[in-house]
Design a protein around this ligand. Structure first.
Ligand SMILES: Cc1cc2nc3c(=O)[nH]c(=O)nc-3n(C[C@H](O)[C@H](O)[C@H](O)COP(=O)(O)OP(=O)(O)OC[C@H]3O[C@@H](n4cnc5c(N)ncnc54)[C@H](O)[C@@H]3O)c2cc1C
Length: 812
């Protein structure tokens, strides 16, 4: 068959991801051409072990993985090609108390997400996996719907399904270039000809980064060696054996032809192809590295003594692409329209393949992700991910942590510090314990004299609890200074900046200069794509502030949705300003002596922006708060930041001003009921569901993106609503993802949670769901419990804020 000269979509790469995307996109009726440089499966796919697990820490990524399982269970019947799918279930062991707590919390998470997961005693686990030794096992979890496939067979089966739906697949066809026209993809070039296309979908595994770099698109993934051993048949290993993960021994197992596949995640992974992938690396493996595998083997022998005498068929060493946060990469590149990515699968591409191909196909066909896929969205990366050396260092840490404990609030430690606020050294001197977001060092909490600025991770109450309490109380009762320089900041400029933002923003931003607006930006379904503060600086100039992690995402959303023909342009000015948030009842008393400008409430009310001269610096001051107290966000030209910081600290000392960090911001905002984009609000939630109807201009006759969907939603009962929950027992640790029960029935899960230090109690937020409608009467008539690490705990539901600073009182 000759290569077409035109195809609506071209998929590059015939591994499991490319074939699954072709299968799904063809089913959606698209004209699809898949190009594979060598043969299908010849990249990483042919040498995968084939374990298919489902549970992740995000509900939607778990849903994506369950989509894989659904497809794998039926694909063979559809295509007639075997897939090797076996739903034998998956076991996960816990060998110490902290791990057991983690597993119990995972069981609760599974329950929250509607996935069956049972906790087993060591003996019960051994009944399912008789050859394992259980002396050190505290307990185990069993997911009956997990399974395993043959990676090559499932990929061929997907390819056949794609062909059956009209996709054309060409092997031995390398894409040598991607052609672009006016900022969009327009064609791919191969040695056999050019194919004009609307969408290019790059599923080229570890080749993706270099290929995309040729068109200025950054895909931060690197190749890392990964090994597993295949044994000869072992007596007692049955075809019905569940897969086994033994994270405390860093190893995994699956049955294969009566023997075992056993692999592991070494703490000292070996990067591969640092200077580029060799030519003709097809169906290729790396040399077995027994020395490197020896510690993994040692750990495995302790679990499965039969390995001692088992014949070894091979030690397989295959490279795979890994990413700096251990999640894969999907979506349309922010740098280039029409270029979609599906790559970086961190050794769970077989498990993800079915679901990832489905959502990627829907993303291409629908112009948007079918549901919130933020944890894997390519726009989660930023400027720190440009340098491949930085990416590699961080990725190796993420690889090494694959099976280590996933501690609450855990930070990465490698490749730091990278981005530093001008106040970094001062804050370090002041005892800051830093965390990191998009490479930016941010104070999480501050020590008192004698304390060490170091997180000690635990599932119990952490070592920073008292420090956060101190900072929380100072903010509520005196004042605290937060370095929030990492905020992403944009200018939207131009003759039509106002109509552009009026279209983009759900709230009314068409106020005179000097006004601030808290607003969401919505998609066509009314889902929340961005949650920002918009300050109008002049007739043609708006200043937008958003979260550190959303720099790429929000800039992409805004630029992509400015209506065609309008004169409005976004400029990222993040690095131009440091930000100090001065918050607390004493904020005015601290600021007043440092400026001759009038900062009385009458002259500078809430929701306004002014330029203040502070200690010699021209400062853009925003009267706004995310902690629920009087205060200003001071946006300071970077070179003035240290001077302003020193002046504020000096002026604030008599009023009890202290430094405070991000963990205090979190407890403060939880008490006040401010939503966090990502956990609490996102593309799957509308402002009406999130309790943010007050920030939407539905009553005004101004058209805006998402308006029609909201209007329609406002005429019928809501099927989910974000509510607050309070637990009386202060010792309960809420972390998020705990299951919410209403009258004994599962009704949702906590999106975010923590401890309210003013209340002295644990608090959380979560959506209550009910298809028949979540009315006030429905909410108030329920009795509520939270499942925390499999234990049911009574709690109270609250629809208003816990803490009202205007009245300075607790409302719980
Ligand atoms: C040892 C090992 C064990 C693993 N075990 C498991 C497991 O148990 N479970 C699990 O879920 N995952 C596992 N994985 C991970 C899994 O193999 C990968 O995540 C998955 O195969 C990735 O698929 P892919 O389609 O993204 O990439 P690939 O399979 O690498 O496919 C990319 C394709 O793109 C082609 N290509 C590249 N450049 C071009 C170009 N310019 N033009 C045309 N074609 C191009 C390549 O030839 C290649 O065929 C394992 C990986 C390894 C290394």
């Amino acid at each position: 068959m000759p290569l077409p000269t035109q195809s609506r979509a071209v998929i590059i790469g015939g591994g499991i991801i490319g074939c699954s995307t072709a299968y799904h996109l063809a089913k959606l009726g698209w004209e699809v051409t898949l190009l594979e440089r060598h043969k299908l499966t010849s990249g990483s796919t042919f040498h995968a072990a084939g374990l298919v697990g489902q549970l992740r820490s995000s509900a939607n990524i778990t849903q994506l993985l369950t989509e894989s399982v659904k497809l794998y269970a039926t694909l063979e019947a559809e295509t007639g090609l075997a897939t090797g799918w076996k739903q034998n279930g998956g076991l996960r062991l816990a060998c110490n108390q902290e791990r057991w707590t983690e597993v119990k919390r995972q069981a609760t998470t599974a329950r929250s997400f509607g996935l069956e997961m049972h906790l087993l005693s060591p003996r019960e686990a051994q009944t399912l996996w008789p050859l394992m030794q259980i002396d050190d096992v505290v307990g185990a979890a069993f997911l009956p719907t997990d399974g395993q496939v043959n990676p090559s067979d499932i990929t061929q089966s997907l390819a056949k399904g794609a062909r059956m739906n009209g996709a054309a697949i060409f092997e031995d066809t390398t894409v040598t270039a991607i052609e672009t026209t006016n900022g969009s993809t327009s064609a791919v070039i191969t040695p056999h000809g050019r194919i004009a296309c609307e969408a290019v979908i790059v599923c080229a595994g570890q080749w993706t980064r270099d290929l995309c770099a040729t068109v200025g698109v950054n895909v931060p993934l690197v190749s890392v060696e990964h090994q597993y051993m295949i044994t000869e048949a072992i007596p007692g290993i049955l075809p019905t054996l569940p897969t086994l993960r033994d994270p405390d021994r860093l190893t995994y197992y699956k049955e294969e032809v009566g023997g075992l596949v056993m692999g592991g995640y070494e703490p000292n992974p070996i990067p591969w192809a640092e200077s580029g992938i060799p030519e003709n690396f097809n169906f290729s493996l790396l040399n077995a590295n027994w020395d490197h595998f020896a510690p993994i083997m040692e750990l495995a022998l302790g679990r499965v003594p039969a390995l001692q005498t088992a014949g070894v068929k091979t030690l397989l060493n295959g490279p795979e692409s890994f990413t700096p946060d251990g999640n894969f990469i999907l979506g349309e590149a922010p740098e280039l329209r029409g270029l979609f990515i599906g790559a970086g699968f961190n050794a769970f591409g077989i498990a993800s393949g079915g679901g990832a191909g489905k959502v990627l196909a829907e993303w291409v066909a629908g112009g948007a992700a079918p549901y919130d896929l933020w944890p894997v969205d390519i726009r989660r990366f930023g400027r720190n991910h440009q340098d491949i050396n930085w990416v590699r260092t961080r990725t190796l840490e993420a690889y090494a942590r694959h099976y280590t404990m996933a501690w609450p609030a855990e930070e990465f430690s490698s490749a730091r510090p990278l981005r530093r606020s001008p106040l970094y050294d001062r804050l370090r001197q002041a005892g800051a314990c830093f965390g990191e977001k998009l490479g930016f060092e941010r104070p999480n909490w501050f020590t008192a004299p004698g304390e060490t600025p170091q997180d000690i991770y635990t599932y119990a109450r952490p070592n920073w609890f008292a420090a956060v309490a101190r900072e929380h109380h100072a903010t509520r009762n005196a004042a605290a200074l937060f370095d929030q320089s990492s905020f992403a900041k944009f200018l939207v400029l131009g003759r039509d900046a106002e109509p552009a933002l009026s279209w983009l923003c759900a709230n009314d931003v068409s106020h005179p200069p000097g006004r601030l607006t808290y607003t969401q930006m919505l998609n066509a379904k009314g889902g929340i794509e961005a949650d920002v503060t918009v300050a109008r600086l002049s007739a043609t100039e708006f200043y937008i502030v958003t979260g550190t992690g959303f720099a790429t995402h929000d800039a992409d959303w805004i630029t992509r949705n400015i209506p065609a023909g309008l004169d409005a342009h976004l400029v990222d000015v993040t690095s131009a300003y440091a930000v100090l948030a001065l918050m607390g009842p004493c904020a005015r008393k601290i600021l007043a002596p440092l400026t001759r400008d009038d900062i009385t409430n009458a002259a500078f009310p809430f929701g306004t922006v002014r330029t203040l001269r502070i200690a010699g610096a021209p400062v853009r001051a925003l009267r706004v708060t995310y902690v629920g107290e009087l205060g200003w966000e001071l946006h300071i030209p970077t070179e003035f930041a240290a001077t302003v910081y020193d002046a504020l600290m000096q002026s604030g000392a008599p009023h009890g001003l202290i430094n405070a960090g991000y963990r205090a911001i979190e407890t403060l905002r939880l008490e006040k009921g401010y939503r966090a984009w990502g956990p609490d609000i996102g593309p799957d939630h509308t402002p009406l569901e999130a309790g943010l109807a007050w920030a939407v201009k539905l009553k005004r006759e101004i058209p805006f993106l998402g308006r029609d969907a909201l209007q329609a939603q406002s005429t019928r009962p809501l099927t989910k609503r974000l509510c607050a929950f309070l637990v009386d027992d202060p010792e309960i640790i809420l972390l998020g993802r705990e299951t919410i029960y209403r009258n004994g029935e599962r009704a949702g899960w906590l999106s975010s949670a923590g401890f309210g230090h003013t209340l002295g109690k644990p608090i959380g937020y979560g959506y209550i769901r009910n298809q028949a409608g979540v009315t006030n009467q429905f909410l108030q008539s329920g009795a509520y419990e939270l499942e925390v690490a499999t234990q049911r705990i009574p709690c109270h539901l609250q629809t208003t804020t816990f803490y009202d600073p205007a009245m300075n009182r607790i409302k719980a």
